[in-house]
Design a protein around this ligand. Sequence first.
Ligand SMILES: [Zn+2]
Length: 353
Amino acid sequence: MKILLPFLLVFIIVLSFFNAQITNPFKEDFQGKHVTNFQQEYKESQIEIGMVGDVLLHSPLYEYSSFLPSFQEVEKEMQGVDFLLANQESIPAGTSFGLSGFPNFSSPAHIVRDLKAAGVDLLSCANNHTLDQKEAGLLAAIESMKANEMPYMGAYKSLEDQQTDRIFEVKDVRLGFLNYTYGLNGHRIPEGKEYLVNIIDREQMKQDIQALEEKVDVVVMSIHWGEEYALRNNETQKELAQWLADAGVDIIFGHHPHVVQPYEKISTSKGDTHVFYSLGNFFSAQQFDSTNIGGIARLQITKRVVQDKVMIRIENPSFIGTIVSKGEPFKVSLLEEANSQKNDWVQQHVFGE
Ligand SMILES: [Zn+2]
């Protein structure tokens, strides 16, 4: 018995060590080698989610027969994100609506095809230009998204379409998406067809968030808000971000200001919410220096399943700055390569100290 005692003691220590790890799997020292004994009960997946800002086809962009040369320099970065969203701001109604720029945009359908080829996995369609070509233009755009097998959200062809959850499983991580806009530039939604575009409405959003939250690991909100050309988020955005965080949204990707605004982490009793207030323009022909700059906002999501417990960690926010150079054709380039000083400014602007 005396000989057995030290062994027993070691056994108990080892056991309690593993036990401690199971109950607290997010301890910094929780390394893979410790868990080989628990393969049956342990699983980890890690993905990266991201979004690019406004795709806004002014003249001459809507005349391009292909957009791939324009995205070529950032394609690797776009495809490197496991699940990438984009705000398709100008409605791809197609040539039958006559192509046009501001104020009532009409973009060619092949922008959808080329964004997909460049690495975009889901288009965010609720914005102030959704009804630029009225209901018919939106329905045509939805048809071209379907034809290109490009998932979309925020704008819908029917009530059933609107009520269909946008849930995507990426390496075992279940992502749920929602998308709303502050308004429609004065375009009216036809009576009885409120399903066409999601408008910011807290009561509706709360219901949508609660319903989605139960079905997914991460709730992601793409939201069209803020003040155009303002480099800082305003109080309305800040207050709404806090409200969304309290309601259960985990990630907020904002757009509309056409310039890049800061990132913020909001802590609530439910956990942290990551907010990119505005992603800037990704691809446009707007004229100001600041509207040529955009980027790919990214976050890492880790899902750990230990026995029957699921733990989600969202971390490492990053922003790959991009710039539109106005050559033949207009191109999206990496800001770090095009202008490293400006890139330093963007990093500082987005993340602060
Ligand atoms: Zn907008």
